[in-house]
Ligand binder design. Sequence first.
Ligand SMILES: Cc1cc2nc3c(=O)[nH]c(=O)nc-3n(C[C@H](O)[C@H](O)[C@H](O)COP(=O)(O)O)c2cc1C
Length: 163
Amino acid sequence: MLILKKSCLWILLMDTKKAIFKRRTIHLFDKKKVSETIIENAIEAANQAPCHRLTFPWRFYSVGSKKRIQILELALDIKFQNKKIDDKSKNLFSKKYLDPSHLLLASQVLSEDQLIKKEDYAACSCAIQNLSLSLTTSGVFTKWSTGAITRNPKIYNIAGIRF
Ligand SMILES: Cc1cc2nc3c(=O)[nH]c(=O)nc-3n(C[C@H](O)[C@H](O)[C@H](O)COP(=O)(O)O)c2cc1C
């Protein structure tokens, strides 16, 4: 019985180690659909992240195709402003926002307390990493991005996130 427990633990540690080493950022995604179960499992893994005072400050939003087109238009606006966009750049941006099976937005519920806000930011990072590792275990690659679009107030309107 004890041996069985030990070997189970060893397998679990190996799986975790394998996922940590296998997780890598990718920049180009194919259009293959990832099942909602895999995404839900990853969010459940994210929810296991540690958070001080049990604040659970992270939120994840899965953005549907219509909103993704609006996000793509905003990204093009930010990048090119009023300049003419060549077809190659437009195509690259379209692939970036529309090809991945899922686009998840991660946000933090902001505390008024500056220390808690910092601790919560750290906790959100742990949650995103848990999410990425869970997806890696399911053979799904990810990109975590904090590009200019994530700091543009318009994205909150598009995603329906209230400040
Ligand atoms: C908080 C954070 C923000 C990131 N933002 C961007 C980004 O805006 N654009 C980008 O191309 N990669 C971004 N990345 C991905 C990193 O560039 C990537 O993790 C790094 O190159 C190491 O590669 P790896 O994830 O395969 O280990 C971000 C990663 C983290 C953790």
